[in-house]
Design a protein around this ligand. Structure first.
Ligand code: NDP
Length: 275
């Protein structure tokens, strides 16, 4: 039986849960601590934060207080754009680790491909990886040409590419490229922040399977071998989002969801990072 704690094996052999909690826009302090605590109680084992989210301290506190052995957890954080470059990335990593209050990190990501900087940032991630401070390194919001640039300059390949991905932005070419090169795709805004939950196709499938539209979308990701980190501060939704391991979409149903793709982003375009 598959479950919320199932893992995938990354290209360096590290196991990562295919399901986790994202904490973008969760307020530092009580809100982050309560949300992460509740998620861990419900069986979540992977938490995705970022320096930019300014809630690493809350994540670290909830993790410590949970009493769950460190090796059972998978913690991700990311280097923000203004910290990119070799030395500044190393400094940013140390700062994040102090806030998280952890001995080691599971996954460190380059948050966006900042032009003229991301190669040096990747070099810093390689150093941190080789020093054993982080178990896996990856990127976020990288297009095919950014990934190719990394391949052309470095030995260590990203284990993960975390990208905006949902039924209206299915990114088939980028997903195929990542698969070919052994990079796992992780979806950010996996349910598009609730934007398309009233799509008739999704509502029909939800009705048919006795699930919600959000659960149908999350299941579609899993069956596409995509790692998901839906965010919620609402206990009922934390439960709902995790309750997707007891049903399966048929190939025809998967195809019906694929047809919703409009290559439509609501987030920033990775080829125009000016923030
Ligand atoms: P999600 O697609 O996870 O949606 C989160 C929103 O949907 C929240 O407003 C939440 O509300 C609501 N929601 C959650 N579950 C349900 C449900 N079952 N039914 C209806 N509404 C629901 O969006 P995010 O942008 O948060 O993406 C997830 C994570 O991805 C982030 O938290 C972050 O960790 C990461 N991310 C990474 C980015 C990057 O550049 N690398 C960019 C953006 C996100 P509520 O909380 O009020 O319950």
């Amino acid at each position: 039986m598959s479950s919320i704690q199932d893992t995938v094996r990354l290209n360096n052999g590290v196991e990562m849960p295919k399901f986790g909690l994202g904490v973008y826009k969760v307020e530092e302090g009580q809100q982050t601590e309560n949300t992460v605590r509740k998620a861990l109680e419900l069986g979540y084992r992977s938490i995705d934060t970022a320096a930019f989210y300014q809630n690493e301290e809350g994540v670290g506190k909830a993790v410590k207080e949970s009493g769950i052995p460190r090796e059972k957890l998978f913690i991700t954080t990311k280097v923000w754009n203004s910290d990119q470059g070799y030395d500044s990335t190393i400094d940013a990593f140390e700062k994040s680790m102090r806030k998280l209050n952890l001995e080691y990190l599971d996954l460190y990501l380059v948050h966006w491909p900042v032009i003229g900087k991301y190669l040096e940032t990747w070099r810093a991630l390689e150093t941190l990886y080789q020093q054993g401070k982080v178990r896996a390194i990856g990127v976020s919001n990288f297009q095919i040409h950014h990934l190719q640039d990394i391949f052309d300059h470095f030995q260590v390949r990203p284990a993960i590419n975390q990208i905006e991905l949902h039924p209206k932005l299915a990114q088939p070419e980028l997903r195929a490229f990542c698969k070919k090169h052994g990079i796992f795709v992780e979806a950010w805004s996996p349910i598009a922040r609730g934007r398309y939950l009233d799509e008739p196709v999704l509502m029909e499938l939800a009705e048919k399977h006795g699930k919600t539209a959000a659960q149908v979308i999350l299941r579609w990701h899993l069956q596409n071998y995509v790692i998901i980190i839906p965010k919620s501060i609402t206990e009922a939704r934390l439960k709902e989002n995790a309750d997707i391991f007891d049903f399966e979409l048929s190939l025809a149903e998967m195809e019906n969801i694929n047809l919703l793709n409009e290559n439509k982003r609501f987030g920033a375009d990775p080829d125009h990072v000016d923030f």
